[in-house]
Structures are given as C-alpha cells and as structure tokens.
Design a protein around this ligand. Structure first.
Ligand code: SF4
Ligand code: FES
Length: 264
C-alpha cells in the first residue's frame, strides 16, 4: 500500500526539468581541451548524475555527434572508477559524495552545471572526462603489499589481532583509489591515498615486519609520480567518499621518519 506522502514524492520525482551543462571536451592528452555547453531536457530528480550524462549522450548520438566519454563501473559507490569535478567539487556537492550515487535532486531547473575531469598533472586526460589514474596503481606496486609464503591456509586464530587495530585497518582498506582526495587538494597531494594504503597493511601484525620498507617505498613512489606535498587543509578528508580520516597522514609522516631513522 503506497502512502500519500510516497505518492507525492513519486509525483515530484517524475516531474521533468532541464539543465545547462558546461562540459570539458578533449580528444586526447595531446590536444587542447575546451568547455562546450549543452542543454539536457527531461531530467527527473531521482535520476543519477551519470544517467543524466547518458541522456545527453543519446541526444548527441541522434545528432550524429561524438558522445561525452566518462568513467563508471559499479555505479554503487564501491569501485572508485567514477569521478568528476562538478561545479568545482570532486564527486559533486556535499562532503563524502561519490559521482555515481549523486542524484539530480541536488540540482534545480535551469541550473548551469560545470563538469570537468580530475585536474591533476599525474592523471593525464584520456578523453573528455576520463583520466589515466595508473599512477595510483604504480604506487601500490611499489609498496602496497605484504610478502607471505604461499601454501595451505594458516590457522585463523594463529595471529591474534586487537579489535581496534582490525577496525582501523579495515577503515583504511576501504580506500577505492578514486583520486578525489588528490583532486580536492590545492597541492595535488596523494597523502591521504598513500596513508590509507600504508595504514591498512602496517597496522596488522601480518604487515608489521615490512612496515619500514613499505613506508619508504610508498612515499617515494608518490613523489616520483609527481604528486605534491600535503598542505594539511583537510579538503582530502571532506572529499573522500569513504570518510578516511586525515589523522592517517600524520601517522604516515611519523612512519616514514622512523623508517628513515631505521627505528623499529
Ligand atoms: S583516500 Fe578516499 S578520496 Fe582518496 S583515493 Fe582513497 S577513497 Fe578516494
Ligand atoms: S562507478 Fe564505482 S564507485 Fe562510482
């Protein structure tokens, strides 16, 4: 049985409206990009932002024009593939948002919405709104792992893990590598991403033996990829869809210093 309030909400959601999009179009990393304006009609409040972009693409295809390239995979906030700067904010309006879960109820009829890719030198543009974020994979390859002997599974209770450590490691491990923290940082710093990778491995007893070499490898890999230094303004934490805390950055700096000094 649908209540009156639900019917009212459904009616509101079905009402259509239009927005103006100012979208970054760029053929590839070697060409000059530019903002192009489009109108999108027939939008409902319950549509996601990506549904709305697909509506635009249908219109462009009908007109024989090239659709706008953007990235998405799971569309439920899990994979970290999507990511757009919407009106200057990574992943769109609000703290801890994620592009694929952003709905059009956050916008009003007639709004002019500017849509850009992550603006980071280390993430070259592939096409339009899609960027190459392999720099983050290379950082993980440098030190985002533990070394373990292969063989049969060890006894589950052989290594006891304190509850607090397990919870902190799990929270850090939820980083999807979306890159929003880097896009939000005025310095283009990957500090929150690196700190999350370091924390989720080094807090656990299994990752402890390599914590020094891991700290050095991860921090140096981020520097090599051209990411800037942390400016401690906290924009990364607000942009992170997983709510990863910037306290981890201080812990990373401590771990790096201790590793350089050869401390246990
Ligand atoms: S720390 Fe948060 S914002 Fe940064 S890459 Fe990981 S999930 Fe994305
Ligand atoms: S498409 Fe997977 S997090 Fe957005």
């Amino acid at each position: 049985m649908i209540s009156g309030k639900e019917k009212e909400m459904a009616k509101k959601a079905a009402k259509t409206f239009s927005v103006q999009l100012r979208i970054w179009r760029q053929t590839n990393r070697h060409t000059q990009g530019r903002i192009v304006q489009y109108q999108v009609n027939g939008i409902t409040a319950d549509m996601t932002f990506l549904d709305m972009l697909e509506k635009l693409n249908e219109k462009l295809l009908k007109r024989g024009e090239i659709p706008v390239v953007f990235e998405a995979n799971c569309r439920e906030g899990s994979c970290g593939t999507c990511g757009l700067i919407i009106n200057g904010e990574p992943h769109g309006p609000g703290e801890h948002s994620v592009t694929c879960r952003l709905t059009m109820k956050n916008f009003n009829p007639g709004d002019i919405i500017t849509v850009e890719p992550w603006r980071i030198k280390s993430f070259p543009i592939v096409k339009d709104l899609a960027t190459d974020r392999k720099a983050l994979d290379r950082i993980c390859e440098a030190g985002g792992f533990i070394s373990a002997n292969l063989g049969s599974s060890p006894e589950a209770n052989a290594i006891n893990v304190p509850k607090e450590a397990a919870e902190e490691a799990l929270a850090a491990a939820s980083c999807t590598g979306c890159g929003a923290c880097i896009a939000a940082c005025p310095n283009g710093s990957a500090a929150l991403f690196v700190a999350a990778k370091l924390a989720h491995l080094s807090i656990m007893p299994q990752g402890e033996p390599e914590k020094n070499s891991r700290a050095i490898a991860l921090v140096r890999a981020a520097e090599k990829e051209g990411f800037g230094p942390c400016c401690n303004n906290g924009a990364c934490e607000k942009a992170c869809p997983r709510g990863i805390k910037k306290d981890l950055i201080a812990k990373m700096h401590r771990a790096y210093l201790r590793a350089l000094l050869g401390m246990k």
